[in-house]
Design a protein around this ligand. Structure first.
Ligand SMILES: *[C@@H]1O[C@H](CO)[C@@H](O)[C@H](O)[C@H]1NC(C)=O
Ligand SMILES: *[C@@H]1O[C@H](CO)[C@@H](O)[C@H](O)[C@H]1NC(C)=O
Ligand SMILES: *[C@@H]1O[C@H](CO)[C@@H](O)[C@H](O)[C@H]1NC(C)=O
Length: 447
């Protein structure tokens, strides 16, 4: 209907003034950007739910970037459209390659991207995090932001994936991932990019799930994430209560940021994806904003819903139809569905044997990365780069910032500008709740 209107307007213009005949260059297809505000995602003043799928053709050991190969992505986007997903997650990209064609095709299909900013070579080493948090690492992460910030359908960046896991001792990496999250958010702000949300994708570890969640939303505003996500495989041919999702709703009620499942889909039995019904139900929508089903292609770990032959032919497996009908049967609810209009910090988790993190200390950014805020990061390293994990020479963190368990606008290292950055993200509240509350909130936070 809109296209018709524009077209008839154009015809009238052409008739009146011949100069309009000159064709404008084709604008890349775009989707309205998603923002994070309160404890939910929004497109304008409509709530946005992630109804997505994890996309990792070749499996986790494959060094491949499906968004740099139109023959691969176009083949699969046709299937994504058939499924009815609105978001995909891609686990790594080669930031030296061109992604225009795949990102445009995704936008035309109404699909957003949640992107992991790390690669195996350029990432925080959970066993030895200190040297891996360095200038070379940040340069590559920032370069990936440069490449993907220009697409309106880039929904969010992950600053890390399962860095903290079930192995003992890996919680020591948490301050470094929190520091990277802080640096990525600051980079986006200082480069004056759109406020693309940044957050962490946590492993499904019951021993530290809550500490991890709280840690990424505690302390000064400039060190808090824009959302929290975790991978969850607890729903195995079961239901909302048996899977324990009722407790995960109770535990995260009042968390203060958008939450979604970055992976779900226990595969111990044939799956009917009852998770979709639960995620879209009023029991969950006040706290959760959907999730991403793991995963699209069948790999050795047996979670896929399509099989790709060696010649690249796609075959839908039985669970493809099951996932498609679950999405069709359980659409996103309308209205705000219980979302809160304001974000809030939580208390930092206490240090103990299971959570070996002093909440009052965060590593300062390596000073060698400071120049990227003014100059930009330059060319990324791609998959061929040397890797950064032991690159001491590129500059490591030279000091600790203290007082980082105190919440508030820039209480630790931040400036009032950081607080304003979060206020910008909170601006959606004006649409949601109406003027009075939003303006009083505005006033309070500015003091
Ligand atoms: C979930 O499954 C359990 C065990 O089969 C059953 O007792 C319970 O009624 C089910 N709950 C719902 C909401 O279907
Ligand atoms: C809920 O929170 C409590 C207290 O932190 C924790 O012991 C429990 O494991 C959590 N449950 C789930 C399902 O995350
Ligand atoms: C920062 O604090 C950690 C944890 O106490 C410590 O291991 C590290 O050496 C400190 N770093 C610097 C540069 O002082």
């Amino acid at each position: 209907m809109h296209a018709g209107l524009v077209l008839s307007g154009l015809v009238a213009l052409v008739a009146a003034t011949p100069t309009v005949e000159k064709q404008l260059p084709n604008r890349a297809a775009s989707l309205p950007a998603v923002t994070a505000s309160g404890n939910a995602f929004w497109v304008g003043n409509e709530r946005f739910y992630i109804r997505g799928i994890d996309y990792q053709p070749g499996g986790s050991s494959s060094d491949d970037d499906p968004l740099a190969h139109p023959d691969i992505c176009l083949r699969d986007i046709a299937k994504f459209k058939k499924l009815g997903v609105n978001t995909i997650r891609v686990y790594m990209v080669d930031n030296t390659l061109d992604h225009d064609e795949c990102m445009t095709a995704l936008a035309e299909a109404g699909i957003y991207l949640v992107l992991d900013a790390n690669t195996p070579k350029y990432s925080i080493n959970r066993k030895d995090p200190f040297p891996s948090y360095n200038g070379a690492y940040l340069q590559n992460v920032f370069a990936t932001i440069d490449v993907f910030q220009k697409y309106d359908n880039t929904l969010a960046f992950f600053s890390g994936n399962e860095v903290i896991n079930e192995e003992p001792g890996t919680t020591i990496s948490a301050p470094y991932v929190k520091a990277v999250t802080r640096d990525m958010r600051r980079y986006i702000k200082e480069r004056k990019y759109r406020g693309i949300p940044v957050g962490y994708s946590a492993a499904d570890v019951s021993e530290n799930r809550m500490q991890t969640a709280h840690y990424f939303n505690c302390g000064p505003d400039d060190t808090r994430s824009d959302f929290f996500a975790f991978n969850d495989y607890s729903w195995c041919s079961s239901n909302y209560t048996v899977a324990g999702w009722d407790r995960k709703v109770a535990n995260f009620t009042g968390y203060g940021l958008p939450i979604f499942l970055s992976e779900y889909g226990c595969n111990t039995n044939k799956r009917d994806f009852g998770e979709v019904e639960a995620l879209m139900s009023s029991e969950m929508t006040g706290v959760y904003s959907g999730g991403l089903m793991y995963e699209y292609t069948m790999e050795t770990n047996k979670y896929g819903i399509v099989k790709i032959s060696s010649s690249g032919e796609v075959t839908e497996l039985d669970e493809f139809a099951n996932f498609r009908s679950a999405l069709a049967k359980y659409p996103a609810p309308s209205g705000t569905a219980g979302a809160t209009a304001t974000t809030s910090a939580v208390d930092c988790p206490a240090q103990d044997a299971a959570w070996e993190v002093d909440p009052d200390i965060l590593p300062a950014m390596p000073t060698t990365a400071e120049k990227y805020f003014s100059e930009g990061a330059g060319t990324g390293q791609g998959f061929a780069g040397l890797g950064s994990q032991t690159d001491w020479d590129s500059g490591v963190s030279a000091q600790n910032i203290t007082g980082t368990s105190k919440s508030g606008p820039g209480a630790g290292s931040g400036t009032s500008e950081d607080a304003a950055g979060r206020l910008n993200l909170g601006a959606g509240a004006i649409f949601v709740t109406g003027g009075a509350l939003a303006f009083s909130l505005f006033g309070t936070l500015l003091l």
